[in-house]
Ligand binder design. Structure first.
Ligand code: GUN
Length: 281
């Protein structure tokens, strides 16, 4: 039977630590501010952006909202980013993805100063992660490292299998586990014998984006299972990429959905904002 890795509690702990640190910085005359840009009004993005603003407020980080219409042009958006890059009162810039189709996402990501790139998406920060230099790391994978460390899961020397190779989760996750001295295998939609590969994992990190795809037959007895997915099942209940009820009895530890990986992303975004302010202002 698995221990439940409680992301809700761990993210709360991190937010409390940050709140205290931000209060101390404020007392020393240092304020921290995050610019949050949303283009259009995709309902899911609005929920995420709203949660990010709420977390800022709780911790004591000022959030400066840019709610831009769907028709905003690439040039207008780049103009705003340029202004924010040069504003010493702004420490982090977050542009919520996905952007409307007429906007070139890569160009927008590259326009954000790497020093204010609290999402860790800029190629300079991604490159820094590859070669072991300091830089901002994508928030969801950084949060998973915190979940593992704060749950006393040993990483060094373990076989880690990451399913998924996205720029936001799979790739940075694999690099972070490598940095922690795990032996890392990256799987994806073209992987042959996925089940057999997954069964070798001491730590299985699932970021496929397919509801309840991973059952007990993919999991080694005693493995630690991290579920990055979040979906609605046929009864409109939240579920992950993992069949939780089936995997729970054989894993040694598992993240639930909701309340596992999800809350960690915002906690790490807040952490990156505070780091940006401390390092570059
Ligand atoms: N869209 C989905 N996840 C994210 C995220 O972590 N950051 C941004 N900027 N957009 C997202």
């Amino acid at each position: 039977m698995a221990a439940i890795i409680d992301g809700k509690q761990i993210s709360k702990d991190i937010k409390e630590e940050l709140k205290k640190e931000v209060a101390e910085l404020k007392a020393a005359g240092k304020n921290c501010a995050l610019a949050v840009i949303q283009v259009g009004n995709d309902p899911a993005s609005s929920v995420y952006v709203g949660n990010k603003k709420k977390a800022c407020e709780y911790i004591g980080i000022e959030s400066v909202a840019y709610e831009l219409p769907e028709e905003t042009t690439q040039e207008e958006l780049l103009g705003i980013i340029d202004k924010l890059n040069n504003d010493p009162a702004i420490h982090g810039i977050l542009c919520q993805l996905p952007l409307p189709k007429h906007i070139n996402e890569d160009e927008v990501i590259q326009a954000i100063s790497p020093k204010k790139d609290v999402d860790g998406f800029h190629p300079q920060n991604v490159g820094a992660l590859v070669i072991g230099q300091q830089g901002f790391v994508s928030c969801t994978p950084a949060g998973i490292i915190q979940l593992l460390k704060r749950s006393n899961v040993e990483i060094a020397g373990k076989n880690c299998v990451v399913i998924g190779r996205s720029n936001i989760v799979g790739k940075p996750m694999s690099l972070l586990m490598l940095r922690e001295n795990a032996t890392v295998t990256i799987c994806h939609s073209k992987t042959a014998n996925l089940k057999e590969v997954c069964k070798q994992a001491d730590i299985l990190i699932v970021a496929i984006g397919k509801p309840q795809m991973i059952g007990a037959d993919y999991v080694k007895e005693g493995a630690v299972v991290i579920d990055v997915g979040i979906h609605r099942d046929s009864e409109n209940k939240l579920c992950g990429d993992v069949k939780y009820d089936e995997v729970f009895p054989i894993a040694s530890a598992i993240t639930p959905v909701p309340g596992g990986v999800g809350p960690m992303t915002i906690a790490m975004l807040m952490n990156n904002c505070v780091e940006a302010m401390k390092m570059y202002s």
